[in-house]
Structure formats: C-alpha cells, structure tokens
Design a protein around this ligand. Structure first.
Ligand code: PAF
Length: 299
C-alpha cells in the first residue's frame, strides 16, 4: 500500500513536468551530459519538508552555478531514535512545488532507501578528529557516521562543484568540511546563514511537527541565545551556562538537553575565554518529544 502511494505521488509529480530522478543511474546519465560540457553543478542535500532556509540554499546555488541539484532523502542511518525517524515529516509533493517556485530547471533526486543502501542500511565509521564526539555526537550516538555515509555517497553520485549547507546544523557543517578534507573530495562546501521565523525560531523541517502554541513559545530558544551572547561579554562561560539552565528550568514546556559554548573550529567546550578564539553557543531542547537545535556566533 505504501509503495502504491509512492508510485502514485511520483506519477502525479511527473505530470507537473518536473524531473524527479529516483535512481542513481538516471541522475548520473543526466549529470554526465552536464559535466562533459565543463559546466558547474551546485548541490543542496536535504531530507525534505523544505522551508525558506532550504530555498535560500537553492537560490544561492543557482546564483553560483550553471546547474543545481537537490536531494530529498530521509536518511535512516543518521537517526538514533526510531520514533524520530518514523515521525520525520515526508512531504515530497509540496517539496516539489516549492522547488518549482524557485526554478523549473532544478534537478531533483529522491531515491529510495534500497537505492542508496542496496539492502545494507548501515553506516561506515568515520574519524572526524573529535568533532563527532561533542554535542550532537554525544547525545545522538552514531549520528555523524550516518551523515558522513550518506553525504559521501551523494557527493559520489552528484559530483558537485559546490555543496550548500545551513549553519543551523553548524556541527554538521564543520564535520562535512572535515569529511571533504580527509576523504580528499573535490567539492567546495558553502555554509549559509540560518533562516528564522518572525519570533526568532530557527527554521527546521521538524518545526512542521510543532503546534501553534509550541511554535510561538519556541521563541524562548533564540531569545535565550541572544541574552547568553550579551552576558558572554562580561561573564564566564560557566556563568552563562548557569543562566541558560535556570531559564529553561523555569519553563514547563521546554526541556534543555544541552547548552554549550564551544570553540567554533574544534567544537571543544570553552572553559576559559581566549581572545584569539571564536566562540559559538549551541543548544538542543525538547518540546513534546520534538527535538530542536539552534546556534549563535558569540563574535
Ligand atoms: O541536514 C540534513 O538535512 C541532513 O543531515 C543531510 C545533510 C541532508 C544528510 O542526510
């Protein structure tokens, strides 16, 4: 039944005259005609449920490159929680409409799990020089092995000149830069600014699971980060962390998972401020079992 629904939805999408590639072979054939002519390819990897942040990545890629490819693939190996994977929003038809609103010529790659993993849905092990052991890595064991596995596989298929990632997942962005360096991949990684709702909530596919009240109240996350940044001017990292913990302990809607002030490059937690280093705050909170993350530069 699920397979039937998928075929129907893809068929309807094809009727909209947008090319949705579902196999590596089809996409590679199309991309070969592009690379043969020395044209540049910009790539935006996503897990779908697209929002304005994703669309801004597409617009940047279109500006910088001759062709743009977007992938829509909910990658099972980067989820350490099966419930989270099950509930992750899947909205292929509306995603295609949104992509079309940016440009008709964007190539869409929406493969199946079988197509990407060939029956072995497991991730490779990566050494990202310790970047993987902080924050998201600590709280979501195996997450970055899953991200590394799928991003490397997607890069091998698309062979992009440049690839675009949002700074909301700043740790992921640094890890992908490390992946490219270590695996000697020929792609330039471009980090793009966070897009926010009017109340400051960072745009995320997971926001689709929030109800109106949760969405409104989620302004606490960015507001707290802004205050933390202000306090960091005069207070120690420890004092700022205490302030953030206290703020969330008073909330009966949001549970703080972690708050870290870390070196932007190494992602190692800041114990003592060093004027020569760039710092950034990272936060993860739960509301009604929905996990939200955000980050802010302290420089
Ligand atoms: O940021 C995401 O949406 C995912 O982690 C990515 C990079 C598409 C890999 O699945």
């Amino acid at each position: 039944m699920q397979l039937f629904t998928k075929i129907v939805s893809l068929h309807r999408i094809t009727n909209l005259f947008v090319m949705v590639f579902t196999t590596e072979a089809e996409l590679s054939n199309r991309l070969k005609t592009i690379s043969d002519t020395q044209k540049t390819i910009g790539f935006v990897p996503t897990m779908g449920a697209l929002h304005d942040g994703h669309l801004s990545l597409l617009k940047q890629s279109i500006k910088d490159n001759h062709f743009t490819v977007i992938s829509i693939f909910v990658n099972p190996t980067q989820f350490n929680n099966t419930e989270d994977l099950k509930k992750y929003p899947r909205t292929l038809e509306t995603d295609v409409e949104k992509i079309k609103s940016v440009s008709d010529s964007i190539l869409i790659f929406a493969p199946s799990v079988e197509e990407m993993y060939h029956g072995k849905t497991i991730s490779k092990k990566f050494d990202f020089d310790g970047l993987e052991n902080q924050m998201e890595g600590k709280f979501r064991p195996g997450h970055f092995d899953g991200v590394g596995t799928i991003v490397k596989r997607l890069f091998e298929i698309v062979k992009p000149t440049k690839a675009y990632f949002g700074e909301k997942d700043f740790q992921q962005l640094q890890i992908i830069r490390k992946l490219v360096e270590k695996e000697k991949l020929k792609v330039e990684i471009i980090g793009c600014p966070i897009f926010r709702e009017k109340n400051g909530l960072a745009m995320s596919s997971r926001n689709a699971r929030l109800n109106d009240v949760e969405k409104k109240e989620a302004s606490i996350i960015y507001n707290t980060l802004i205050k933390a940044k202000e306090y960091f001017g005069t207070k120690s990292a420890n004092e700022v962390s205490k302030f953030v913990k206290k703020t969330f302990s008073k909330s009966n809607m949001f549970d703080l998972e972690y708050f870290e002030i870390a070196d932007e490059k190494t992602l190692v937690s800041c114990k003592r401020k060093n004027k020569n280093k760039k710092y950034r705050a990272f936060i993860a909170v739960f509301v009604n079992n929905i996990r939200l993350i955000d980050t802010i530069s302290f420089n």
